[in-house]
Design a protein around this ligand. Sequence first.
Ligand code: GLN
Length: 540
Amino acid sequence: MRELNDKTRIIFTTGGVFSALGKGIACSSIGALLKNLSFKVLNMKLDPYLNIDAGTMSPYQHGEVFVTQDGKETDLDIGNYERFLNQNLPKESNITSGLIYSNVLNEERNGKYLGKTIQVIPHITDAIKNEIIFMANKHEPDFLIVEIGGTVGDIESVPFIESARQLISKYKNKIFSVHIVPIIQMLTSNEEKTKPLQHSVKELMGMGIIPDVLLVRGKGIVSEENKEKISLICGLDKNNIISLPNQTSVYFLPEFLLEQNLHNIIFNKMDLEEMNSKDLGEWSIFTSKIKEPKKYVTKIAIIGKYTEITDAYLSVITSLEIAAIHNNSEIKIDLINAEKINESNVRGLKRYSGVVVPGGFGDRGIEGKIETIKFVRENNIPFLGICLGMQLAAIEFARNVLGIVDANSTEFDDNTIEPIITILDGKYKEKDLGGTLRLGNYSCAIKKDTKTFEAYQDSIVFERHRHRYEFNNDYRDIFELNGVIFSGVNVENDLVEIIELQDHKFFIATQFHPELTTKTFTPNPLFNSFVEVTKELKNK
Ligand code: GLN
């Protein structure tokens, strides 16, 4: 077993009663709180499912797949953490039960446990503790916030909770436990019920963990009466029951936690000196921007295929929202189902000041997306294409401007005679689908005197990828001769990374995913420029 380094303190967070409590945002907010009090903070998530990573899951399951700069396909909460911490996270920040079991079983096959019976306790719990301590020791943060996915009481998260219990009993006041629970409102009245919350605390205690703090989700703040009741029954000081109500912006939460003194409750248990900060420095400058009256408004359409759930495009939507905050602009975003767009209704997009076609896999909805791209190209409507959105922009241009009517991607037609988009060198054409895409950071050289350069103000940038197909370089000359600028090209492999149209207000499409690098303080430059050109004076 690894030993935890002397510097790092760990905050475990668990959730109770039901899922979708906003645990990820709560953990991100604790991170932002501590980071903006000048500590080095990292977040980590333990996911109870048996997939090795999030890469093979449909967005319908857990929302978008987030990709770290070092190329791991993770849960979308890693994206929330990165944005709130204003910092990139390493691949070890997302661990799944599947990964833990697979490592232990591989070791078993290699003879590491020869002669022994392998058991959940101690072998699986040791492997979990090792992963947590590995993260702590490799990066030595002051605080490592570890979110345990799922809900207390689920069978699958038991090994994670047991591992947390073991670490608490070993490292005592170096570990802090936060339990996030809802107050339930009755269906027929405004009466609030704390019973489910009480049972969840009991369940957690039954597993050997006494929470140091309860973060209580609800419509408003927890009433004095409820605090007293919870305090008595759960054996917690009233001050350690902290309200986490819905806010007009999630970015107000870190300051809300500061006001309720969460940081000092943590410091007290951990023998650290109290801090009496009245604000959160740079974070408070950011939130004051949110509160500013807005001079502009921008109206964006995202043409996707997972339109019933917003989490499928979480980073795209959040990047637009953060860019709007930095542009003193209100933002309205509509998610439109690409399958419903056709030649006769595409004009409806005229109402928007900008259109985004995000990434995706498979051919569902692509004809509607191509129709969209044709329309915004011909009508000078600002356009941002991402990954599949870039590939379709190339196909649309080939079909409708270059007259290559059969232009296609080999993703949709393996035998197409005009493979504008294809797999190069068979490099990513592997049988296994897990972790075999072009993933994570690749360098991109930016061409001077382009809108892309105006956005980045830099000649080399690094952006994150998640795709298998590429623009086919055989077609580069004919595209360039007809007004396409390849404004970003990968340095090592000469792959097309960004295309831009010469005579257009803003038409930029990228093979990479610019939405993955936005932080709250610094929106990705392409999103920033996109919002800049799409914002209009409010009382125009
Ligand atoms: N399906 C495309 C590819 O694999 C695009 C992927 C994406 O948009 N993330 O290349």
